[in-house]
Design a protein around this ligand. Structure first.
Ligand code: ATP
Length: 237
């Protein structure tokens, strides 16, 4: 089943008199359950593409369809609703609130949404178990390692049980051992929970935890290929 489709997608930034045409006629389809890695040289438009696919920015031409919804024309209020119910984001820097506990950071989207966090107690316990931080729920981010902080950010992205999770260089700030553990967690989320994941990465090692690779060069897709079976890093969940 198709979850995201980009049709003749273009993005041009205008700074004064200067125009930079960053994405050029991108056409792509992402299927449910895919774990896609967007790769390419610095400045090729990877993050721009991720933000357009996730509805964080609007195209200047063409469209992004999330199932039946056109993200370019959707109203602000509907987009906020969609973000809560269907889409999660994890960034390179964890963006946690320093003086809130692990559990309050995870439940922040629920609290901001005006919902009763008590209703999410079971969900919270399950997510803490998935990310392996059940015993750290009362700590604050400064009492955690970088990898643990990223796990909390992942948990926060999972709280509304989104279908699609967007990852912008999610292990870019971590050492290689911790990065590997986080990639294994994403693979578990992809396989065990059947979530669609889309990540921007510079690392071909981390791309191998996924199912396909999109290569961007100068704002154009030059390749969208499956990760070869022999290359896939398989984790026993
Ligand atoms: N808001 C903006 N205004 C103007 N130009 C922008 C804006 N955002 C991105 N760009 C430009 O678009 C181009 C692509 O940026 P983008 O961040 O998508 O690339 P990237 O492939 O993710 O790069 P990197 O690997 O270095 O993070 C760059 O030249 C950047 O300067």
């Amino acid at each position: 089943m198709k979850v995201i489709e980009a049709i003749n997608l273009n993005k041009t930034f205008v700074n004064g008199k200067e125009e930079s045409h960053v994405l050029k006629d991108i056409n792509l389809t992402i299927q449910k359950g895919e774990f896609v890695s967007i790769m390419g040289p610095s400045g090729s438009g990877k993050s721009t593409l991720l933000y357009l696919l996730g509805g964080l920015d609007k195209p200047t031409g063409g469209s992004v369809m999330l199932e039946d919804t056109n993200l370019g024309t959707i109203k602000h209020k509907e987009m906020s609703k969609l973000r809560r119910s269907k889409i999660g984001f994890v960034f390179q820097f964890y963006n946690l609130v320093p003086n809130l506990t692990v559990e309050d950071n995870i439940l922040l989207p629920v609290i901001l949404d005006g919902e009763n966090p008590k209703k999410y107690e079971k969900k919270l316990a399950d997510i803490l178990d998935t990310i392996g931080l059940s015993d750290k729920r009362k700590l604050t981010p400064r009492e955690l390692s970088g990898g643990q902080q990223q796990r909390v950010a992942i948990a926060r992205a999972l709280v509304f049980d989104p279908d699609i999770i967007f990852l912008d260089e999610p292990i870019g700030n971590l050492d290689s051992k911790t990065g590997k553990e986080i990639m294994q967690l994403f693979q578990k989320i992809n396989i065990k929970y059947n979530k669609t994941l889309i990540q921007v990465t510079h690392s071909s090692k981390s791309a191998k935890y996924g199912t396909s690779i999109i290569r961007l060069v100068d704002g154009q897709i030059v390749e969208h290929v499956d990760v070869c079976d022999e290359d896939v890093v398989t984790v026993t969940a």
